[in-house]
Design a protein around this ligand. Sequence first.
Ligand code: C2E
Ligand code: MG
Ligand code: MG
Ligand code: MG
Length: 284
Amino acid sequence: AAKAAGRDQAQFFSDEMERVVQRRRTVEIDLQAALKHGGLSLYYQPLFSCSSNEVTGVEALLRWTHPTEGPIAPSEFIPIAEEAGLMPALGSWVLEQAFADSARLPDLEMSINLSPAQLRNAGIEDHLASLIQRHGVRPGRIIFEITENVLLNSSASTTKTMAFIRNLGFKIALDDFGTGYSSLRYLCDFKFDRLKIDRSFVTGINQTGNTFAIAQSAVQLGRHLGMDVVAEGVETEADATVMRFLGCTALQGYYFARPMPIERLEAAVREFARARPLAAGGAA
Ligand code: C2E
Ligand code: MG
Ligand code: MG
Ligand code: MG
């Protein structure tokens, strides 16, 4: 009986592995089709300045609507694209679209996520330089978000590319701070303009407990190093109040606005500007 159970279990695992492998292959092939024939889009999520209570920037977030399966989450398809070698192409698509859209949002900063594979890609430097030329965008308005994974196995060429990006006048943010294999050493070795506190330290934060102490220290660390500090994952008024109290420069999260298509964003920004005096406490 034990032997039969073992066999069943082995069968279960091989079925499960087969399913995972099949899923990856489908995603990979269908993503390539989406790059050629469409199905990709960018959504934008506003960032709210704590000093002005205004929308001062947006983060570009990739969306993929599969022709038969509907929307697939970036947390599923981006890691697959990264491993399959599709990320340079997918990332280039994002850059082109985000730079084109940034002309429609002239008063806002634009954050764009850059993956490890994109930063390792030999063509990235020329591509970024050509984007400035072709779109006439002021580089200081663009903030590239990278995660600690980029730095974990960083080579001399990654470091060189990051320096190149900053020399062009772009800004760089460290995304998802506090997750992954964080090392404070990174903050000594690289110059970041912005620190984004991961939402696992933000959503549901209250004034007691370890999360509060860690979030407080992270905000102070960023501020002491001269960085902007942005809290992601602000879902409630209480989250916003605490993160503002801790000294964040800006807040981002469902409490303020979800990611949305650019058409809706333009209307939402106008609406926020009208509502702001009330949001700030009634002073017109
Ligand atoms: P991220 O860069 O940390 O982006 C923030 C994620 O948090 C987004 O998820 C956003 O929709 C979500 N979010 C924002 N506010 C809240 C909130 O209040 N609560 C919760 N629970 N979530 C919130 P999304 O769009 O699903 O993207 C997930 C991740 O996929 C991103 O995390 C980023 O790492 C990656 N990603 C998305 N677009 C791109 C892209 O164009 N290029 C690259 N390389 N990565 C991307
Ligand atoms: Mg990000
Ligand atoms: Mg993030
Ligand atoms: Mg995150």
